[in-house]
Design a protein around this ligand. Sequence first.
Ligand code: FES
Length: 106
Amino acid sequence: MVKVVVTDTAGEERTIEAEEGISLMESIRENDFDDLPALCGGCCSCCTCHVYVETSWAEKMPTMEDDESYLLEDSPHFKGGESRLSCQIEINDTMDGLKVTIAPED
Ligand code: FES
């Protein structure tokens, strides 16, 4: 398990324990955040699992594939260098202390 600091859309910060090998989206949902609907269930087709990853963590994130990039760039809340789909981030042991903020709903 690694610790991930999650800030919700109301600005409330909470540290969760995330299991390695599952997605950041699943970890956030398992911890009862209700502002990350993740409507497609992780198929990279809805953009409702959009988070901002602190820039200091960018190099530890998996490479962004084209389908993730297209979805994010269409979002009115896109922030270059920070926006990621949390369903496309698989938790691993290099991510202990990761800080993310749930993006506003589009
Ligand atoms: S859950 Fe739909 S794109 Fe991530």
